[in-house]
Design a protein around this ligand. Structure first.
Ligand SMILES: *Cc1c(COP(=O)(O)O)cnc(C)c1O
Length: 390
């Protein structure tokens, strides 16, 4: 019997929605004009790009002038963090982040740390949340920027951004948030939150790869990190990825609508999956926060087994999942996020991340709920780590 393969790695990437592809197609074919040119065809492309910028802005409760298109989440993080760091009047201030960020943030801040900036990597609690009093204590007179991921890409923990931003602004500190995973999963209103800088990416929300955006609050000046012809309000030079931009606009519009239609269904499936996995056998635990977590993220750990072995067995049974995060899964080092929430390397290695999407079905949840415990029992029976298959 062969069954359809099951995709449960939507935090790694998502398929392009057919409606997004349809919106992009003309700009991959007949509407190829360079939007910087002056003839009719070019002006039409420019107008379409303006529409996409409006769609992105609308989804965030921002204005089109706040949106800079980039090549993705990684570049948005680099531009938001370096662009604001390099714009400070006094040189070499202090930057605060956490020990659970995506590498696009961690590596960028480490780079600034090796170029004269002071950096602080805050610890998190057992659920992966930044404690507000720990953050308050870390803010110094020369702190310029705080960068904190809105919803964690591994364990799905959602931070209390509203309080973090309030606390930062009381002390004149800018806040950047990597919202790549949170966009189109939870409502985000940049005005209400008072966010200064926010990163998002197309391919995590059923848009294409290689496109993203940085939101920059009104009146906030940042420096470009890529120099050239002065595109994107002089902040991101390079001929625009027009099909990507059009696709991102459509994906953001659909993502916002999906918050009230698809997301409750995805969350219900996730809740059933998580409950089923946690009850399937002893010594099975949840990673991350029980409530303050992204609605599509299930992250569990099983004692006595290796996540890699579980993953390969799931793959053979037609299920695509992840151990830690997609970025670190090729290395055998334990995930920095799982170590930061207090797990031992052994505990971290026994973890499994299943991230659901709008195309998943209840039947697929049933299949995963049958497959995972079967494989875990088998692996435990052969485990040199103990247990013996009880
Ligand atoms: C995927 C991801 C990124 C990187 O986005 P790309 O568009 O792939 O460069 C950054 N941050 C988080 C939290 C992510 O999940």
């Amino acid at each position: 019997m062969t069954a359809e393969r099951i995709y449960m790695d939507h935090s790694g990437t998502t398929p392009i929605d057919p409606a997004v592809l349809e919106a992009m197609m003309p700009y991959l074919t007949k509407n190829y004009a360079n939007p910087s040119s002056l003839y009719t065809e070019a002006r039409e492309v420019r107008t379409a790009m303006d529409g996409a910028r409006q769609q992105v802005a609308d989804a965030l409760n921002a204005q089109p002038g706040n949106i800079i298109f980039t090549s993705g989440g990684t570049e948005s993080d680099n531009l938001g963090i370096m662009g604001s760091a390099f714009n400070q009047k006094e040189k070499n201030g202090h930057i605060i982040t956490t020990s659970t960020e995506h590498p696009a943030v961690t590596r960028t801040i480490e780079f600034l740390g090796s170029h004269g900036f002071d950096t602080t990597f805050l610890p998190v609690n057992e659920f992966g949340q930044v404690e507000l009093d720990v953050l308050a204590d870390a803010i110094r007179h020369d702190t310029r920027l705080i960068s904190i991921c809105y919803g964690n890409n591994e364990i799905g923990t959602i931070q209390d951004m509203k309080e973090i931003i309030r606390m930062a602004h009381e002390r004149d500190v800018l806040v950047h948030t990597d919202a790549v995973q949170a966009i189109a999963k939870i409502p985000i209103d940049v005005k209400d939150l008072g966010i200064d800088l926010l990163s998002l990416s197309g391919h995590k929300i059923y848009g294409p790869k290689g496109i993203g955006a940085l939101y920059v609050r009104d009146g906030l000046k940042i420096k470009p990190i890529q120099h050239g012809g002065g595109h994107e309000n002089k902040l991101r030079s390079g001929t625009e990825n027009v099909p990507g931009v059009i696709g991102l606009g459509k994906a953001m519009e659909m993502g916002k609508a999906g918050l009230t239609t698809e997301i409750p269904r995805v969350k219900a499936m996730r809740d059933r999956l998580l409950k089923g996995l946690l009850e399937s056998q002893e010594e099975t635990y949840l990673n991350g926060h029980p409530e303050k977590r992204l609605p599509h993220n299930a992250h569990v750990r099983f004692s006595y087994i290796e996540g890699e072995a579980l993953l390969l067995n799931l793959d053979m049974m037609g299920i695509a999942a992840a151990t830690g995060s997609a970025c670190s899964s090729k290395s055998l080092k334990a995930s920095h996020v799982l170590l930061a929430i207090g797990l031992t390397p052994e505990q971290a290695h026994g973890s499994l991340r299943l991230t659901l999407g709008k195309n998943n079905t209840d039947e697929e949840i049933d299949r995963v709920l049958e497959a995972v415990p079967t494989i875990v029992k088998k692996l435990r029976a052969m485990s040199p780590l103990g247990h013996g298959g009880k």
